[in-house]
Design a protein around this ligand. Sequence first.
Ligand SMILES: N[C@@H](CCC(=O)N[C@@H](CS)C(=O)NCC(=O)O)C(=O)O
Length: 229
Amino acid sequence: MSGPAIELYSWPTPNGLKIALMLEECGAPYRIRPVDITRGEQFNPHFLRLSPNNKIPAILDPQGPDGEPITVFESAAILQYLARKTGLFHGRGERERVMVEEWLSWQASGLGPAAALAHHFRIHAPARIDYAMNRATNEMNRLYGVMNRRLQRAEYLAGDYSIADMACVFWTRLASRQGQDIDEFPEIARWLRAIEARPAMRRVLETPRDLRGGPPVSESSGAVASTAA
Ligand SMILES: N[C@@H](CCC(=O)N[C@@H](CS)C(=O)NCC(=O)O)C(=O)O
């Protein structure tokens, strides 16, 4: 894909990294504009004009529809915008597209928010609240079960590799933070290995910190804001 660079306002959390992965997969020129959510930069008026919900990620595409600039916030909306723009990774035909949208919605309304709550109550909460921790951990266990059963029947969530997989993969890399043992979900482990072997994914994971927009979020790192995932 050619054209002027897309500006990706981001921070290296699962929601930010999924957009970098899609841009890498599409070969789209892009530039990261770090928004340090550990320092409250998501509340800067300039960023709020792009992302009124004060959350990363957001993009500014200088060459949007009709060649005019466009901004997009909410990671699922950004993934769908990029998929429509490039014609890539959102299924062939209506049946496949419905599956992509089902699993993308499942991530946006289920896996992502539940994982963020699990991270919060298990790691960041100032006080230990057993009820909240257990509830979040059990919900993650249920969601991983749903995903594992789906991946018993399909190589990727929507059949072929798609934006639905990109939306989920960075959350599942943090399974232990969510109280889950990935080895208990062999199909997810198989799917994760396949995605981690993709050149685009390796580029995202190997990009130096400063280009990724900040400190990495990894199993070993606690470098994530309490407001973040
Ligand atoms: N539904 C949003 C969630 C985005 C989100 O939760 N972003 C977090 C980082 S992963 C954030 O920017 N948090 C800063 C804040 O809540 O102030 C999406 O999918 O884009």
